[in-house]
Ligand binder design. Structure first.
Ligand code: UD1
Ligand code: CA
Length: 446
């Protein structure tokens, strides 16, 4: 292993016209996150010093997405897509002063494995290209090899029949020292069939400059690029199949694996049980032994050991469930912390709340957290009892061991140990129900 520092350049400027979309191709989602997030996550495993994403089509949208996916990544703008070498050149100013290894990846190639990138980053050759034996070499660039490694890459459009017969093809991923890129990229011209500045001219020119150029190969599945919606759907199926197999291997019970949907970063502990038709959006961790019953949707949340969720529950970003918490059917929880042993069994919305240990939330409770302009917090102490159909009008506090009567609208803080009733007093009129019905029937009959 070389100990050289690593920088990452992710090419993401292309339009992806075959997607038939207003959204830049790299922002279409796979496993719950934009395509470019997959390449970035794989690249991040190398602990790069610098990450540059080259954006062009929809650059503002790409920049916004990158800011949340990988806040430390920088954006280089490629105004016109003049080719892959031109794209890499746009990134170089952001690597000024960087003297290590540069890895170039494509934002639309989501399955590249961390181990493969590690192999490229640590390879001793000056330029190292990732290739694969293609089942159908199609329009991929052909890798022309000789006795001492890779001699050059020939793009399909520029290849003669003999070269087109080569099945070892270019994945697009390559690594070279920053100094090599600075020296060779300016030599690359655009006199070829496509009139583009080809990054694939780098190996031939590097070799002419006396550098060592080689190829390493990987499985074709890793280099799968997304160009159409059909390919995106097929990639999603492949991603999910892999995620399900991985979860089973990690000791997670999936009652019906084909109906469970994972995100790129879903993290589930051993002996957790996931029922049928559960969807994990990004940012979910489920600890060992927790149980997610059928038909739940979880995103940006944490479920602790011993907790049970669902059936038919929705956990939104910021939901933190402590140990042994029970969340039942038709419950929605957003940006709320539920301490150990809290029970929220039925038909409830908790938003922007903190609920203390062992508190029971009755059916139909709603934290009224939004006044049309701002969001407000609800604090509920430990061992409290919220009666069914309580409206908690935030900001509001309910103390420890306090109770609210069923049907209460709680607008004022409730001290510890108090019982609060916020509802109209009941009025009972003996016999009135029967008399009223009689009167109504007579009126209808006449
Ligand atoms: C490229 C390679 C080819 C390889 C294939 C693998 C070149 C010249 N050819 O061909 O050898 O077999 O990938 O998929 O590199 N991009 C930019 N700016 C540009 C042009 C491209 O950011 O100006 C980005 C695209 O968004 C895309 C990637 O670079 O993510 C590859 O570009 P694309 O046009 O798809 O290259 P291919 O013709 O497929
Ligand atoms: Ca392509």
């Amino acid at each position: 292993m070389t100990e050289k520092p690593v920088a990452l350049i992710v090419l993401a400027a292309g339009q992806g016209s075959r997607m038939q979309s207003d959204l830049p191709k790299v922002l279409h989602r796979l496993g719950g996150v934009p395509l470019v997030g997959h390449a970035l996550a794989a690249g991040r495993s190398l602990a790069p010093e610098t990450v540059v994403v080259v954006a062009g089509h929809g650059a503002a949208l790409v920049q916004k997405a990158i800011a949340t996916l990988d806040p430390e990544a920088q954006i280089a703008l490629q105004e016109e897509q003049l080719g892959t070498a031109h794209a890499v050149r746009q990134a170089l100013p952001l690597l000024e002063g960087f003297e290590g290894r540069v890895l170039v990846l494509y934002g639309d190639t989501p399955f590249i494995a961390e181990e493969t990138l590690g192999m490229l980053a640590s390879h001793p050759s000056d330029v190292i290209v990732l290739g694969f034996e293609a089942a159908d070499p199609g329009r991929y660039g052909r890798l022309v090899t000789g006795p001492d490694g890779l001699e050059r890459i020939v793009e399909y459009k520029d290849a003669d029949e003999a070269t087109r017969a080569i099945r070892l093809v270019n994945s697009g991923v390559l690594a070279a020292d920053a100094a090599t890129l600075r020296e060779i990229l300016p030599q690359i011209g655009n006199r070829n069939a496509a009139g583009e500045y080809y990054l694939t001219d780098l190996p031939g020119l590097a070799r002419a400059a006396g550098l060592r150029v080689d190829v390493v190969t990987c499985d074709e599945a890793e280099t799968l690029g997304i160009n159409t919606r059909a390919e995106l759907a097929a990639a999603e199926a492949a991603f999910q199949a892999r995620a399900r197999a991985q979860a089973l291997e990690d000791g997670v019970t999936l009652t019906d694996p084909a109906t469970v949907w994972f995100a790129l970063d879903t993290c589930i502990g051993r002996d957790a049980v996931i029922g049928q038709n559960v969807v994990f959006g990004p940012g979910v961790t489920v600890e060992s032994g927790a149980e997610i019953l059928p038909f739940c949707h979880l995103e940006g949340c944490h479920v602790s050991a011993g907790a049970t969720v669902g059936p038919f529950a929705r956990l939104r970003p910021g939901a933190e469930l402590g140990g042994d918490v029970h969340v039942g059917n038709f419950v929605e929880i957003k940006n709320s912390v539920l301490d150990e042993g809290v029970k929220v069994g039925h038909l409830t919305y908790l938003g922007d709340a903190h609920v203390g240990e062992a508190t029971n939330i009755g059916a139909g409770t709603v934290t009224c957290n939004y006044d049309g302009v701002g969001k407000h917090r609800t604090e509920i102490g430990a061992h409290a009892f919220i009666g069914s159909d309580t409206m908690l009008v935030a900001p509001v506090r309910v103390g420890a061991r306090a109770m609210t009567g069923s049907g209460s609208v709680i607008t004022e803080d409730v001290p510890d140990d108090a019982l609060a009733l916020g509802r109209a007093k009941q009025v009972t009129k003996p016999g009135l129900a029967t008399r009223l019905m009689q009167a109504l029937r007579q009126k209808k009959g006449s």
